[in-house]
Design a binder for this molecule. Sequence first.
Ligand SMILES: [Zn+2]
Length: 165
Amino acid sequence: MVQYLLMITAELENLTNLQPQGGSDDVNFPFMFKLKCGCGEVTEKETCVSLNETVPLPTGRGNAHLVQKCKFCGRSGNLTMITGQGRPLTQEASQAGSFMPVMAFDCRGFEPLEFHFGGTWQAESIEGTKFEGIDLSEGEYADYDEKGECPVMISNPRAKFTVVK
Ligand SMILES: [Zn+2]
């Protein structure tokens, strides 16, 4: 079992505290990424997991958020999400080029890679205006903060999975 931490960053203009809508541990938030089997095979399409969907393990003991069989070698792997790891991406962290953790995944048999920014996200303007329903799937988001009378923008979202030692 290896634990991977999903880390994200993005350029934030007049925004701070970027995070999945409802927070990192929102049970409905969809995490989409590809899987690489121990044999080297990478899945063609992204897999989607969320906290509110679990499946029984083949052993019959307990549940996981994903059980998947590699199409190439036939080996079965599984993944369990670990909550309580997420921290919003602040403007300071963004400006420093730092990545912030969103969610941890305990993986057996494969590793996650190529996170896709699906789902909806939330952020706040520097003036405290809340922005919800942010779509980052196209890699860019722009709106206007009436209160602060300034444009707000998110661009160049990036993600990586780091191994937790
Ligand atoms: Zn395989």
